[in-house]
Write a protein that binds this ligand. Sequence first.
Ligand code: PBE
Length: 265
Amino acid sequence: CTDQGTETAQKGKITGIEPGAGIMMMTEKAIEEYGLDYDLVSSSSAGMASELTKAIQNEKWIVVTGWTPHWKFARYDLKYLDDPKGVYGGEEYIATLARTGLSEDKPDLYSVLERFHWTPADMESVMLDAENGMKPEDAAEKWVENNPETVTEWIGDVSSDGEKVKIGYVLWDSEIASTNVVKLVLEKAGFDVETSAVDAGPLYQAVSDGDVDFTVSAWLPATHQSYLDKYGDKIVVVRKNLEGAKVGLVVPAYVTISSIDELNS
Ligand code: PBE
């Protein structure tokens, strides 16, 4: 393998993110199903991104757990490795999940959630501003200011006098972006919003226990399938809030292989 980036130091390693992420379980399965001679090393979303940046600066070989929407595709020339065994599923969507009883307890809030949906380009623009140095709240504010009609449509005729709302999420860049936008929109509608960031497992647990009102962070049908299997009977799927998402193994374009089954070659 001398032509695919000359450095082989990172070979044998897949740079991962938080252990509870669906993409980490999928990657363990990919290592097994493709018989890969690789270790999945867990990290954080931010840690994965900085290792990717470092590798690209030195044109080093690297493979990371990646997903779309994500700012990294705007910033770098990257590609997904083909997945002929379909371990990473196909097209994913992001869904809003509510605790049971939310539509009866807080119908105004629930109606906003029934309307909230946006596009990968929307989410990516918030992520990119945050990556370029804006605070996530400010990046969200910029998007809200630039999209007044959409925001007005989501809010509808809802006007709360400070009803308390709890949103759960995970510190994945995509969910930092969406959660900050939804928080701001609900505040515009008069709600008193609290967010809490936890790992994926505890997030599903919190929605099913009713410790949070909702999350906009569910990746389906494949990525979080095991969580939904475990907690789904006490969770309400409100709607898809983004279509056209994807997860998989991602490499810089200068890495010459194109498929997961070439990783051992
Ligand atoms: N992600 C981003 C998450 C969902 C959102 C793809 C890293 C995962 O569970 O894998």
